[in-house]
Design a binder for this molecule. Structure first.
Ligand code: SAM
Length: 287
């Protein structure tokens, strides 16, 4: 028996490493999550078998994961998945790690989608597919077109759709609206586009350090992609349909001004759980 690779010893060692960059509760929780993933066991098993000896190769793999986590690699990339809207989504370095804040956009979208008839939805910049898949799972009669410029992200989104058995989502590579089939019109358009300004200090913190810059950063103080989407979206909406956009904590007034100038009506912003305006939208006035 090698006591150095007992479950409880490995967890203690990992917690001491991770606490250099995380608080003590997070450090312990992440150590447990990484060890349970490495061993293919539930977290509860770690408590029931705290004195079990771990296979030496698996102990090595676990220590490597903890080193990478201590260097700042997102735990979602190390595990290869993240929970969003109750779904386990594959993520990798090609995709943004879906944020719980974005579930607010999903809620607002669902309030505007019919439950009793087919409808067409467009999710621009789908990444792992988070928003598109959440909407498709809640509205089986919706057809959801999910686009992204990154083929790597779309491959992940397609695998997520397949794994969740969501056949009502189609993933298409497109620079915003460029490859969206002409003639299609949507009953709802949603997007969580890049909106962080170049040089923003958040880019040097936490998970952002490892996520694709193309998923995070936009020109014009973070507004350039939002400007493009607001300028082009109205012509793709059916009469009365909504455009809903996630944006940064300080961008709501600017986005509302863009939405108003584009001719959309009922322009408004909605708050996240912290009371910050994080989604803005407007509705097509119709013909
Ligand atoms: C902030 S991430 C959002 C990802 C996902 N919707 C989510 O909420 O987790 C922005 C996404 O927009 C995509 N993107 C950036 N520029 C784009 C463009 N010009 N056309 C299409 N997609 C773009 C990125 O590849 C990235 O997946």
């Amino acid at each position: 028996m090698n006591p150095e690779i007992r479950v409880d010893r490995l967890l203690g060692e990992a917690s001491r490493l991770l606490v250099r960059s995380l608080d003590a509760t997070e450090a312990r929780a992440e150590a447990e999550i990484l060890l349970s993933a490495t061993l293919g066991r539930a977290r509860s098993w770690l408590f029931a078998f705290a004195d079990a000896e771990v296979d030496a190769e698996l102990a090595h793999q676990f220590r490597t994961l903890c080193e990478r986590r201590a260097q700042g690699e997102p735990i979602a990339y190390l595990l290869g998945h993240r929970e969003f809207w109750g779904m386990r989504l594959e993520v990798n370095a090609c995709t943004l790690i879906p944020r719980h804040d974005t579930e607010r956009l999903v809620e607002l979208a669902l309030e505007r989608l019919p439950t009793d008839r087919p409808c067409q939805v467009l999710d621009l910049g789908t990444g792992s597919g988070a928003i598109a898949l959440a909407l498709a799972s809640e509205r089986p009669r919706a057809r959801v077109l999910a686009t992204d410029r990154s083929e790597g992200a779309l491959e992940v989104a397609r695998r997520n759709a397949r794994a969740l058995g969501l056949a009502n989502v189609e993933c298409v590579q497109s620079d915003w609206f460029d490859e969206v089939p002409r003639g299609l019109r949507f009953d709802l358009i949603v997007s969580n586009p890049p909106y962080i300004a170049e040089g923003d200090p958040h880019l040097g913190q936490g998970d952002c350090r490892h996520e694709p810059l193309s998923a995070l950063v936009a020109d014009a103080q973070g507004l350039s992609d939002l400007q493009t989407l607001v300028a082009q979206a109205p012509q793709w909406l059916t009469p009365g349909a909504w455009l809903l956009l996630e944006h940064g904590w300080d961008q709501a007034a600017a986005v509302r001004a863009l939405l108003g100038a584009s001719g959309l009506i009922d322009v408004a912003s909605w708050q996240d759980l912290a009371g910050v305006d994080r989604v803005s939208g407007g509705r097509s006035a119709g013909d």
